[in-house]
Ligand binder design. Sequence first.
Ligand SMILES: O=C(O)CCC(=O)C(=O)O
Ligand SMILES: [Fe+2]
Length: 368
Amino acid sequence: MPSIAQQYPRTDFPADLECHPLLVVDYAKIKAGDQAEVDQLYKACTNLGFFYLKNHGVEDLTEPMFDMGKATFDLPLDELMPFEQGDSGRSAGYKAVGSTNVDARGNLDQVEFINVAKDDALAYPEVRQCTYPRSVVERMATVTDFIRTSNDVLQTLMNVLEPRIGLPAGTLAALHKEGDLSGSESRVILKGPPSEASQQAAGVDEDGNPAAAIGSHTDFGSFSMLHGRGCGGLQVLPPGTTKWQNIRPLPGHAVCNVGDTLKVYSGGIFNSNIHRVVPPPPPQNRYERWSLVYFLRPGFDHPLKPLSDQSEIIRKHAENDPAMRALPQGETAGSWFQRRIKLQRAANRTGPETWAASRGTEHAPAVA
Ligand SMILES: O=C(O)CCC(=O)C(=O)O
Ligand SMILES: [Fe+2]
C-alpha cells in the first residue's frame, strides 16, 4: 500500500470547498451526433469557455503519461537541461522550475513541464521540432497514443461547432491539419511539495498573497484538455468578476477550455478565459501536484484573424467586438504563440513591459 503522499489519483480534494460549477459535455453523445449535447458545448464555449468532458476515451491513457512525467522529472537536471525549451519561443521540450515569469513583478513559476510536440510524436523517429530525454523516447508509443487520441477528441469538438458559427464544414480542420508544423503538444506538469525555500523563492503577488505556481493566462491555442489526477489548484476568473474561483477535480472528467486562437477565429463568439494555478487546498497542499494537458493549436503559418470571409455570423460579431478590433494586424498562429512563450521566459525579461507584451487576449475589453 503506497503512503498517502504517493496516492494518485488523489481522493482528498475537500468536499465542502466552494467551487465554480462547470457545464458537463458528454463526448459519447457528441460523437453520436446528439444536437442537444452540441447545444451544451456551444453554450459552454460562448460563456465561461471551460467545461467538463466525460466519456472522452482518454481515461486509460493518462496514468502512463504521468509515469513518463515521473521518469523524466526523476532524471538529474544536468541530463534534462540539454532538452530545455530555451529562450527563443519554442515550447516543446523540458521546462525547468522558475524559468518563466508568472506576473508583471517578475515572480517565478513553481512547476516543471515536459512538453512533447505532436509533430515529433507522430513523425517519430523523424525530428520535426526537437529531441527529448530518454524517459520520453523510451515511452514514445505511450505519448503518441495519448496525443493522437486527445487530438481526435478536440478536433471533433471543433468540427461540430462549425455550423453554429456559420463556417463551412472543414474550415477549422484545415487550420489544424496533421502534417502542418504547429504548437500542438502534450504537457505533464509537476509542482513539488512546498518547502520553506520554495515558498520564499515564489515571492508575493500585487495583493501580498503568495505568487501563483502558474500565472494568470489564457491558453495560446484553440482547445485544451486537462487531466488533474484528483489534484486541485486550478482557478478561473469568470468574466466580469474579480474573485478567483476553484475548479473541482472530478474523477473521469477532463477539464476542457477554449484558447485564444479559437476565440480569434470565431470573431470573439467563443471565450478564452483567464485561469491560473495556485497551491492546491489543504490537505492536498502537502503533496506533489500533478496535471496533464493536451493543447490543440493551429498550424504556425496560418494567419490569425477572425474568419469573417467564411462566415457572416463571425463577421458581424467581430465587427462589434472591441477585443477583435484591437487585435494586432499581420500575426500568424506561429508568431502569436512564439511571442507569448518567448516573453514569459524569465531570461527575456527587461521589466513589467515584457510581461505586458507576452499577453494574448487576457486584457481584452468585454464585448460592448
Ligand atoms: O495544471 C493545470 O491545472 C493547468 C495548467 C495550465 O493552465 C497550462 O499549462 O496552460
Ligand atoms: Fe492554461
